[in-house]
Design a protein around this ligand. Sequence first.
Ligand code: ADP
Ligand code: MG
Length: 642
Amino acid sequence: MSESAATCHEFRAEVRKVLNIITHSLYTNREIFLRELISNASDALDKVRFLQNRGDSVREPELPLEISITMDKIAKALTIADTGIGMNREEMVENLGTIAKSGSEQFLRDLAESSGEKENGQGDAASIIGRFGVGFYAVFMVADKVEVTSRSATDDAPACVWTSEGEGAFTVAPAENGPARGTVIRVYLKEDAAEFLEKYRLEGIIRKHSAFIPFAVKVETERVNTTPALWREPKFSITMEQYSEFYQFLTHDTKAPLDTLHLAVDVPVQFNALLFIPDAEQNDFFGAARDHWGLDLYVKRVLIQRENKELLPEYLGFMKGVVDTEDLPLNISRETLQENVLLRKIQQTVAKQALTHLERMAADKPEDYAKFWKLHGKIFKLGYHDYVNRDRVAALMRFNSSIHGTGGDLCSLDEYIGRAREGQKDIWYLAAPGHEAAKLNPHGELFHRKGIELMYLYEPIDEFVVEGLGKYKDFTFKSVENVKEDALDAFDDIVDAAKPKPRELAGEELSAFDALMAGMKDILGDRVKEVRVSHRLADSPACLVSPDGMSSSMEKLLRVMQKDETVPQKILEINRDHPLARALLLIHKANAQDPLLADMVQTLFDNCLLMDGYLKDPHALVARSNSLLERTGQWYAELRKL
Ligand code: ADP
Ligand code: MG
């Protein structure tokens, strides 16, 4: 391909999809196209400043770093020019022909979701467009045609012009008279977008969305943005509105932050930080945008790196904000930022301050804290890794528990300990998919009878968290499934006086019961490892227990990960005091070969599998249950002489 020829290119498929949505269905909030173009210009200027600070040579080094906007009412065109890094021909094809970040799929999905929520209609397009790097294409909300003329700051390539009408294709050709350095974007406005030729309108948009751009943004030679680096200003001089505006500028969130931390630290490292706790969930923290966290690092007000992950422990990854330090050289390279000791020290201070802040919030503003936990608790729980601050992190965690209803009331570990029974040394937990399942789980029965509170863990990660913590203060985390036979003997039952106590088995009856257990094992064969008497049940007749002491939810998680679909061989435990067990005992004593006994034992076992989510084939269970019901019905009718 000759350097001087014009070439025509097709957009990549995902770009066409995104463009199609942008040009045909986004009508509200169109003004954010300008924010996206200015933000790209600012990024391009940042890159030049970065190179210059490092001592690299760039084209036209004397040119000021700025963004100029001009309007041409006759041609109905708006021009946004910057003196930034620019692009050569290949970079234009690459950067403006594909979607920069891998988020296009996610973008399409989120867009579909947000337009499904009729209330704010397409309003959310604004935040979604910014978040997923389809930024540049937002211009086609207002343009019939766009020309991007650019000259790279780092090579000698001639200026080129990229042109597209936002349909399927674009062309790239040599430019007649390109800028000395940087990029000029000429936007031919659609018929219904003439408002964007008005100076006051443009100034309004810039003040609203681009106030904190660290370079001059001029409309017809007049500078519009004058807000300084807010994090360097003294706290008392800053209003809540300013914090909020800065937060929205930074995150493209449409709401105000839940909370703000403004830090000015001198030892062991000098830095200023402005940190926010968003009032919105980080939906994709564990998904598509896995790497979308960190703090923006500035050195002496110059942006060095966005989303730096050395500045923040991962479990505080829900926080957004900036850190600015004087203690690093401006010409630091991105490589030396990794594993940097200074950044580590900043991270430690940021973590400590954030924890102090959250502790205060929990004590003084419990409603805000509950909101924080609901939005960010999932990420914060990862803090069980933080050995240095482990007790503080644990104290800030919130859990569901057996003494709360489904209303979403949560408790802290200190509250749990405060309610522990005299002499209790363990924090008992039970993993289940939800409140109802937890309440009915047979493993909890003994604890309920003894009035011992249980932590209910509803999410798979919770078990890793409590096992990772191991202990809290003098208490050890223990799964109810691993309770030792005599562990709760010291605690009296808090018995319901009205409830009759079952008659204890004695002497011969005990050995008859052992024979029953052996008989049950014969009936079930390899389906169980062992059948034994349970010491953990109060109301249920039976339950399954893992032989190796692993909790059943953890075991299930591992089996899913290993794609193991077989039914694990477990121990069947029988509640000796349960009327059903007593009935089995009588039948067994009379005739160990009674076919009814086999049917009952099989059904009891299948019911346990069903409870634990392991029942594969319901047909046998249903057929057997129906046959049992049929017989029970007949006996009842005979007995009552109906
Ligand atoms: P993002 O800004 O998230 O990378 P955009 O769609 O906004 O995504 O921009 C795509 C890419 O086009 C940018 O990453 C950049 O490489 C390039 N680009 C856009 N505008 C400019 C500009 N004014 N100067 C230099 N490069 C630009
Ligand atoms: Mg962009």
